[in-house]
Design a protein. Structure first.
Ligand SMILES: [Zn+2]
Length: 62
């Protein structure tokens, strides 16, 4: 799905499918890519912590 995003360097509209910005040549113009990746990583860590917590609670009480 192609959407228009703003290049993180020159802030001109770039297709999200573009491998590089056609205006300034920035190789990864997507501004939110890293943020999303770290957000998912943080979410996964939280889920794992909750699962371990639930496992420990079950182990202690049963
Ligand atoms: Zn650009």
């Amino acid at each position: 799905m192609a959407t228009l995003i703003s290049c993180r360097v020159c802030e001109k509209p770039v297709s999200s499918n573009a491998k590089f910005c056609p205006h300034c040549g920035e190789k990864s113009p997507e501004p939110y890519k890293d943020t999303l990746r770290y957000g998912l990583l943080g979410f996964a860590v939280i889920v794992v912590v909750i699962l371990v917590f639930v496992f420990v609670i079950n182990y202690l009480f049963y």
